[in-house]
Design a protein around this ligand. Sequence first.
Ligand SMILES: [Zn+2]
Ligand SMILES: [Zn+2]
Ligand SMILES: [Zn+2]
Ligand SMILES: [Zn+2]
Length: 365
Amino acid sequence: MVEGEWEGVEDMKKKIIFEQLVENAIDFLSKAIDELKDHPKFSMINFHASLEIFIKARLMAEHWTLVVAKRQEPDWEKFLAGDFQSVSLDDAAFRLDKVVKSGLSKNEVEIFREVARHRNKMVHFFHEVHTEENNIKLRQEIARTQLIAWYFLHKLLTEKWKETFEPWSEKIIEIDCSLRKLHEFLKIIFENHKNKIEEYKKQGFIFANCPSCGFKSHKHQNVKKTIYDSECMVCGLNGESLQIECSGCDATVFFMDEGFSICLECGKKYEPEDLAEVLIDSGGAHIAAMDGDDTSYSANCSECDGYQTVVRTENDEHICASCFGIFDSLQVCQWCNEYNTGDMEYSYTFGCNFCEGSSGSHDDD
Ligand SMILES: [Zn+2]
Ligand SMILES: [Zn+2]
Ligand SMILES: [Zn+2]
Ligand SMILES: [Zn+2]
């Protein structure tokens, strides 16, 4: 066989393994959903398996060696035979960040660890509970964990890792519909919190539909264009939220932890660039420019590598519309002259996250 042909065959094998991984992940997920009512233990074990396989599939899409545990020498023949130890969740998170450059957020890692903890408890210490009350509690706890974990996993599959999992988008929609039905298990918690929610409303808080469990139990502050902590009183999903008035209609659009969202009234989709545009205090920018203070212009974010995603809002805050970082001040990169949230002290030589500075340009000589 000539070399080109050999590579073609190996690529084909990689593609097949990758596809099998994704199909398996989807299988385990549907099993998890079906089993929650009668076999909560297996539901949790299958959910965990699915989560792990989706993450490995994302690593595999980058390079197969990333799926192999770090204490092992990657061996393609052994990999094909399934004879290898695969990467742990923590190492996978590390590799996604450092190698794939598509890392997991703190919240994602936290909930995925919680899934792993739950799964271990089920495998090692599970004993059937015999009182009806404990049964209900157990299913609630599992439904809650799976709904939150799915909220994050679903976002990864349909936003950040969209290209990798595009061929399965139909199936992902199907799973999303059936998984959201798990919220039935949490209905009683919602009922129990109704009075408390009414009390909070009187104090001025507003409640939106929770993106994880679907109940109108997500507690928000009544403020726009500024970042605050929000929390769901039913499933406990929490994060940094921000609201704007939709530019397509006048409904309120909620964002959590990042600049992607959708207006539930008119369906307008928002990405960080759109959010930055809404957040920027155009009046303020104009006045500041006349005063010769041009810090109202967009800046680049050194936290998330967002290009021109940091804007000054009417509340006089510098907010990154992509990662929701808040910054006290901005500095100018001494090489490319663009505003940046990072420390620009040595930027003339070393540049910023969007330029290489003078040392980079000398390399070309
Ligand atoms: Zn919720
Ligand atoms: Zn709208
Ligand atoms: Zn950012
Ligand atoms: Zn620069």
